[in-house]
Ligand binder design. Structure first.
Ligand code: GLU
Length: 316
């Protein structure tokens, strides 16, 4: 037993949870709890225009309904409060200053249209590799442009290879400069970027184990670089396969048919939903009803596939 493990749920409350979010939460919970670890809940609502506190409340109810409990965070509070990112700007500001003191942050005045026109799409996740247009502006140019447009802030990345071992996918390497480029720390509207906030928060909250969807695997080298610059010890990263609908498409917040809300409306119990999810994830041979607690003794990452999981037709 590793009583020092601290896992977390870090949902973005921009809609009702769908089965993909729930699978990820189930695996995060099983991974931490099966090792005697703690779990915390952080509400990732940096972008208040796209998220709501109503969704945050609902997702707490959804997690509780499924028996995925947490020790601190969300509306429960705890010693690392606040657990809502919209209330943590001062902390992000302080961490941004640490990076600024290292001379690694510069203002970027590029518009979205300029970015899209000038850059190669990022190989793995469709993001754009920044071409460095604002990297070496003179102080005069910065002052002149800042008078017409508030800048975003970017982190200068080195041409270094970041290597780490993912707990499920094994060794990962990424050259930050070639495969990612200088990335945003704060948007031009003042909203802090996910990459900075997630590192600052996981470090401040003592998280030792990050379990999340494979769509964020390619963000991990950027985050490891931030851990290094900010002087924090990185957690263990374990990425999970993505859950696909039975026709092979990725689930999104728009997939209302596979939201917990809809499934509950059809009369499915928590045990039925957990059992079917656990079956889809390779933890059970058959989709029999079980509680999340009952899965603890049989949980093993080795049973979980590495390729994305397509929901068998008719399972839900
Ligand atoms: N808030 C992110 C999401 O809902 C997850 C961030 C993370 O786990 O690092 O996709």
């Amino acid at each position: 037993m590793r009583h020092d493990i601290v896992g977390r749920f870090a949902p973005t409350p921009s809609g009702r949870l769908h089965l993909g979010n729930l699978l990820c939460a189930l695996l995060a919970w099983l991974s931490a709890r099966s090792q005697g670890g703690r779990v915390l809940l952080r509400i990732e609502n940096l972008d208040t225009a796209r998220t709501s506190l109503d969704y945050a409340r609902q997702l707490e109810q959804d997690l509780a309904f499924l028996g995925l409990d947490w020790d601190e965070g969300g509306s429960k509070g705890g010693s690392h409060a606040p657990y809502y990112q919209h209330l943590r700007s001062r902390w992000y500001e302080s961490q941004l200053e640490v990076l600024q003191r290292q001379g690694l942050v510069y203002p970027c005045f590029c518009s979205r249209a300029q970015l899209h026109a000038a850059q190669a799409p990022h190989a793995s996740d469709g993001e754009y590799i920044y071409n460095g247009a604002c990297r070496d502006l003179s102080p005069e140019e910065v002052a002149q442009r800042a008078s017409t447009r508030p800048p975003a802030l970017r982190l200068r990345v080195p041409s270094d290879e970041i290597c780490f071992t993912d707990g499920h996918y094994g060794p990962v390497r990424q050259n930050l400069d070639a495969e990612c480029g200088d990335f945003i720390l704060r948007r031009s509207d003042g909203v802090f970027a996910y990459q900075l906030a997630v590192v600052a928060d996981d470090a401040a909250m003592g998280v030792t184990q990050v379990v999340r969807g494979r769509d964020l695997l390619s963000s991990t080298p950027r985050q490891l670089y931030l851990y290094r610059l900010l002087g924090f010890r990185p957690p263990q990263f374990i990425h999970t396969p993505m859950l696909l609908a039975s026709d092979g498409r990725r689930l999104s917040k728009r997939d209302q048919d596979l939201s917990l809300d809809t499934l509950r409306g059809q009369g499915l119990t928590a045990r039925a939903i957990i059992g079917r999810l656990a079956f889809a994830a390779g933890l059970l041979d058959r989709p029999v009803p079980v509680s999340s607690q009952e899965l603890l003794p049989i949980f093993d990452w080795e049973k979980v596939p590495r390729e994305d999981i397509r929901l068998p037709t008719g399972l839900f």
